[in-house]
Design a binder for this molecule. Structure first.
Ligand code: PMV
Length: 326
């Protein structure tokens, strides 16, 4: 028997980084997915094959690379951590064969590692007859996310397991919001690699160096997210776009935008985006432009001309899904 789970990527519409300090963020699942397929092995090893052309075998904590050498292990270890968490919880003394197929660019601000962790936990659970609740999925995928992000707020696993749009506040129950309108998004990927944990640490340092200047900005960002929720509920995309652009300015102030991101943000605005901002940790990775349905291609062309790779995406209400193949 083998089992597949799929989990969606996310975009943060407003409030990344500020969410680490207790402010609300607005996050949306998008129709771009990772698929994880698992089956049982008779030995106790975990063998992982990723469509990034990386594969390797874990026997306990010992890693033996197959394709792409030991440094590529960074991509596979979080999968092993998530799988092991479930094996230990369910007291299964068996091995696993895991195959990862992902449409989500890695380390680019779209929550690829959160989606991968959630899908792995859901698939391994189902393989042994357990359907985890949303809360259990979030909790069980945390150690895997910690390996990638050091101190994650939990926003990525939460949205990836539930889908839809939600207001997320660290340590609080997420608040799903029912958004009736389409939220057409054009994603621009700078292709510049970065690590979320490094950026979170850099923001913390800047906040420590300039508390009087930056703390009001943190609170302003929280207020901005509350206004963005109202705009979403009212279906007022023009206002949401304006708030997203202001949010980009606040993210620049805390030091997480850079020239490649700004170039794509300005190209999108010039091409008629309702608003544009970096999304996720910044420092590279992706930006998002809010668009009307008609303007998506025009905005995507402008982003490509400015050097970005593009994904045209929209909201998905589907969170993690899991099914038995045979
Ligand atoms: O870039 P991503 O997808 O890892 O998003 C990070 C979001 C932050 O707010 C910067 C960090 C967090 O854990 O919430």
């Amino acid at each position: 028997m083998n089992v597949t789970a799929s989990a969606p990527a996310k975009v943060i519409l407003t409030g990344e980084h500020f969410v680490v300090y207790g402010e609300p963020a607005v996050v949306m699942a998008i129709d771009c997915y990772v698929h994880v397929t698992v089956s049982e092995r008779l030995d106790r090893a975990v063998h992982i094959v990723s469509d990034l052309g990386i594969s390797g075998l874990y026997a306990g904590n010992k890693y033996s690379p197959e394709k792409r050498g030991p440094q590529a292990e960074n991509v596979l270890r979080p999968v092993n951590i998530a799988a092991k968490t479930v094996l230990d919880l369910l007291e299964k003394k068996t091995g696993l064969e895991i195959k990862v197929d992902s449409q989500i660019p890695v380390a680019a601000g779209l929550g690829s590692s959160g989606a991968l962790a959630v899908a792995t936990v859901a698939a391994v659970g189902k393989l042994f007859g357990t359907d985890f609740s949303r809360d259990e999925l979030i909790k069980l995928s945390f150690d895997s996310e910690k390996f990638v992000h050091f101190e994650p707020s939990g926003i990525d696993q939460t949205i990836s397991s539930s889908g839809g749009v939600m207001v997320y506040r660290k340590g609080k129950r997420p608040n799903p919001i029912e958004v009736k309108s389409e939220i057409p998004i054009v994603i621009g990927n700078t292709g510049v690699p970065r690590k979320t944990g490094d950026l979170v640490n850099a923001v913390r340092k800047r906040l420590n160096d300039f508390p009087d200047v930056l703390e009001p900005i943190v609170h302003a960002a929280g207020d901005l997210s509350t206004r963005a929720v109202k705009a979403l509920l009212d279906g007022n995309l023009k206002r949401l776009g304006e708030l997203m652009s202001i949010n980009h300015g606040l993210l620049s102030a805390i030091g997480v935008s850079n020239e490649p991101l700004d170039r794509l943000v300005y190209a999108a605005r010039k091409a008629g985006a309702l608003g544009a901002k970096l999304t996720g940790a910044g420092g590279g990775g992706c930006m998002i432009a809010l668009s009307t349905l008609e303007d998506r291609e025009k905005i995507a062309d402008a982003i490509r001309e400015a050097g970005g790779a593009t994904i045209i995406a929209k909201k998905t209400n589907a969170g993690v899904q899991v099914w038995v193949n045979e």
